[in-house]
Design a protein around this ligand. Structure first.
Ligand SMILES: Cc1ncc(COP(=O)(O)O)c(C=O)c1O
Length: 377
């Protein structure tokens, strides 16, 4: 149906083989592959990070809030422009979500200033998102959270491999939460990683991941344990061996895939230079290594977004929106969420163009030609 899809998996026979090997091995629940996946992910992040493989980033975010003791009566600051997982987990633990606005129309991430504007004596945690793979300005954010004694959770769903001042995203806060959902830079279908530099927080996460149990099924299978204790209440947020095996292959591909994304984004920017009707954000970040998860543009206010999406579709170009504003969702209409003018405006005018590591320059060209035609440029 599409000439250029929004996203395509970066899979080949290596992924098929990896899953087949797991299935043939006779051990499919969390085991040695998952352990290696965690070890390799920790190596990727550096900073002596601990990694806990889980079933999704949403699970990782939920576990972070639980482990940090966030509860009813607490306020958690989240980006006004993000995926619904961030507001959902805050509400699920009974806490109150408070929205921090984007820094500007150029840098859509929250800044220390936009976070600080929302801090009250009830603020217990901040969840930041490295939007589209572009790192937030971590020096000021880390300092703010330390000064105010507020926990910091990094939602790194868009940012595996991204760096701020040469330090990996996911190692700045108390916890980092990565997503390996299908359309992410590292895809396993459904999966995630919870990262932390604190051994105690890592142990907490392991307990929350697996019913608070002190031994895994694998430990009993290997004869390392006969029974188990339950140290605390927990959930089942485990990953399985098939997905960890996919994760290991995808990790091997990550550096090259992220480099390809960069080349494609640079080509987009060159092709679209001087075209009227939109601006391209995140072009002025310094000391950051982005991983270019998506390619968002900001349409001028007079451009009819729905009509434009329709025209791109007629040319076989898929596009998307990241993200609709929370206040427009039925579930959050009556929450009395605070206003975030820049994020609300971006939510109305944002358009995401196709981007994936196996995309060709010719496909970038097709998208750009279609966009130019649709805008009458
Ligand atoms: C910013 C952000 N946070 C969290 C999530 C949730 O990730 P998962 O689907 O792994 O739970 C996503 C996924 O789309 C996301 O984009």
């Amino acid at each position: 149906m599409w000439k250029v899809q929004l996203f395509k998996l970066n899979y080949d026979e290596k992924e098929s083989q990896a899953v087949k090997e797991v299935v043939d091995s006779g051990w499919i629940t969390m085991g040695e592959k998952s352990k290696t996946f965690e070890e390799n992910f920790s190596t990727l992040l550096g900073e002596n990070a601990h990694s806990v493989a889980v079933s999704s980033a949403t699970a990782a975010l939920h576990m972070s809030l639980l482990a940090l003791g966030i509860k009813a009566g607490d306020e958690v600051i989240i980006p006004a422009l993000t995926f619904v997982a961030d507001i959902n987990v805050v509400r699920i633990v009974g806490a109150t979500p408070v929205l921090a606005d984007c820094s500007s129309y150029e840098n859509w991430n929250m800044s220390a200033q936009t976070i600080e504007a929302q801090i009250t004596d009830k603020t217990k945690a901040v969840i930041i998102v490295h939007f589209a793979g572009y790192p937030c300005e971590m020096d000021a954010i880390v300092k703010l959270c330390q000064d105010k004694n507020i926990a910091l959770i990094e939602d790194c769903a868009h940012a595996p491999g991204a760096k701020y001042k040469n330090q990996s995203c996911g190692t700045f806060g108390d916890y980092g939460c990565f997503s390996f959902f299908t359309n992410k830079n590292l895809s396993v279908g459904e999966g995630g990683m919870l990262t932390t530099k604190d051994e105690e927080l890592a142990q907490q996460a392991r307990y929350f991941r697996s019913h608070g149990m002190t031994a895994l099924t694998l430990d009993r299978h290997k004869g390392r344990a006969i029974t188990y204790d339950v140290a605390q209440s927990g959930l089942n947020y485990r990953i399985d061996e098939m997905r960890s095996a996919l994760g290991l292959i995808q990790m091997d591909k990550l550096k090259h895939a992220n480099a390809q994304r960069k080349i494609l984004v640079e080509r987009y920017i060159k092709e679209l230079d001087g075209i009227q009707g939109f601006t391209i954000p995140f072009t002025k970040l310094e000391e950051c290594e982005s991983v270019y998860h998506i390619f968002p543009i900001l349409l001028d206010s007079h451009v009819d977004r729905i009509a434009l999406i329709g025209k791109l579709k007629e040319d076989g170009i898929q596009s998307s929106i990241h993200y609709p504003a929370f206040k427009d969702f039925t579930a959050f209409k009556d929450l009395g969420l605070n206003e975030a003018p820049i994020a609300e405006e971006i939510a109305l005018r944002e358009l995401t163009l196709p981007l994936y590591p196996t995309m060709s320059i010719e496909e970038v060209q097709l998208v750009c030609n279609s966009l130019k035609k649709a805008l009458g440029a």
